[in-house]
Design a protein around this ligand. Structure first.
Ligand code: BDR
Ligand code: CA
Length: 313
C-alpha cells in the first residue's frame, strides 16, 4: 500500500478526508501533521486526534507543526467551520497525546529515511509545514513521490477573496515555494470541489450506514459550508479535502490537465491567487496536474463504501 502523510488543519472536510484514508487499505497513513489554518494550531491538533479516536486508530501519530504562515499573519475561518473548527458533531475531547517532535522534522525525517520516490504528501490546509520542510532540507524535493493537495481555483474564482482560495491565501509564500519546488503536484482546486456537493440525498446515504463514524460525518456535512447554499443557490456545500484522497484511490473519477501554475505573492488585491495557465499561453512547462472535473456520484459512493468499513460498533 502507498505510504502517505496527511498535512492538515481540520476542519470538517479535512476530518472526512482523514477518515477516507484510514478506511482505505491502498493507503498507509504514516502520520498526520497539523498546521494553523481553519482554526489556530492548538485546535487543529486537537481535532486531528478527535478524528483518530472516532475511528479507533490511536496508532497513527499526530505531530503539531506551524503556528503561523511563513510571512503573513494567520487568517482563520471560524465562519465556515465553527468555533472549534469541527463543530456539528458532539465528540469527546481527545485523550490521545500529540507525538513529541515538530511536524516539519517528522516530514523531513520520514522522507530522508524511506526509499526515495515512495512517500506521497497530502496537504489539506495552508502549505506552511511543507514549505518549511523544503526549506530545512532541500534534498527532500527529489525524494517526495508526489504532492496531492487541495487548493486554488482556475475558472471558479476565490472563496476567501474574489481571487484566492483559502489554503493558498493564508500562506501564499508557502504555496509559491511548493509550486516552484519541482515536486510532481496534483491539485484539486475549487473548480472540482464545487462540483462535489453535499446534497441531502448524499448525506442521507451516509447516515444510512448507521455507524458512529457515518453519523459524525453526516452531522459535519450538515454543518459546514452550508452557508454556500445561500451563496450559490445550490443544494449542499462543497466537500473539498476528501477529493485529494479520492484521487489517490480512484483517479478515474477525475479529469484534469497538466498546466503551469504560479502563485501571486505581491498584489494585495489578488494575494494567494493560483494563476493557472489552462490554455498554455505562457509556454512555460507544466508543474502540476490541475483537476477540473469529478464524477461526484462516484465520489460520494466511494466515501460511503469506505466509511462503512470503519468501526461498526
Ligand atoms: C479549503 O479551506 C478550508 O476551509 C477547507 O478545509 C479546505 O481545505 C477550501 O478552500
Ligand atoms: Ca482543510
Amino acid at each position: 500500500s502507498q505510504p502517505i502523510i496527511i498535512d492538515t488543519d481540520p476542519g470538517q472536510d479535512d476530518a472526512i478526508a482523514i477518515l477516507l484514508a484510514l478506511a482505505s487499505p491502498e493507503l498507509e497513513l504514516l502520520g498526520i501533521t497539523t498546521v494553523a489554518g481553519n482554526v489556530p494550531l492548538a485546535l487543529t491538533s486537537r481535532n486531528a486526534r478527535i478524528v483518530l479516536e472516532l475511528a479507533d486508530r490511536r496508532d497513527v501519530p499526530v505531530f503539531a507543526g506551524a503556528e503561523r504562515p511563513l510571512q503573513r499573519p494567520l487568517v482563520t475561518a471560524e465562519f465556515v467551520h465553527g468555533k472549534t473548527g469541527l463543530d456539528g458533531a458532539d465528540l469527546p475531547e481527545p485523550t490521545l497525546a500529540l507525538t513529541d517532535g515538530h511536524a516539519v522534522d517528522f516530514i523531513v525525517d520520514t522522507l530522508m529515511q524511506r526509499e526515495p520516490g515512495t512517500v506521497t504528501l497530502c496537504p489539506l490546509g495552508p502549505l506552511s509545514n511543507i514549505a518549511l520542510a523544503l526549506q530545512r532540507e532541500p534534498r527532500i524535493a527529489a525524494r517526495i513521490k508526489q504532492i496531492v493537495l487541495m487548493g486554488g481555483g482556475c475558472f471558479e474564482g476565490g472563496n476567501i477573496t474574489p481571487a484566492a482560495e483559502f489554503n493558498f491565501y493564508v500562506d501564499p509564500q508557502a504555496a509559491d515555494l511548493v509550486f516552484r519546488s519541482g515536486v510532481p503536484i496534483t491539485m484539486a482546486p475549487l473548480d472540482v470541489t464545487h462540483q462535489a456537493l453535499t446534497t441531502r440525498a448524499r448525506v442521507a446515504a451516509i447516515r444510512a450506514l448507521r455507524t458512529p463514524v457515518a453519523e459524525a460525518v453526516a452531522l459535519w456535512m450538515e454543518f459546514f459550508e452550508r452557508f454556500d447554499e445561500q451563496k450559490y443557490g445550490q443544494e449542499g456545500g462543497p466537500l473539498h479535502d476528501p477529493c485529494v484522497v479520492a484521487w489517490l484511490l480512484r483517479p478515474e473519477l477525475f479529469t484534469g490537465r497538466r498546466c503551469h501554475v504560479a502563485i501571486e505573492t505581491q498584489s494585495e488585491l489578488t494575494m494567494g491567487m493560483s494563476v493557472i495557465d489552462w490554455w498554455g499561453v505562457t509556454g512555460k512547462p507544466a508543474n502540476a496536474l490541475v483537476l477540473g472535473g469529478i464524477d461526484a456520484d462516484g465520489f460520494y459512493a466511494l466515501i460511503a463504501e469506505r466509511l462503512a468499513r470503519l468501526r461498526k460498533d
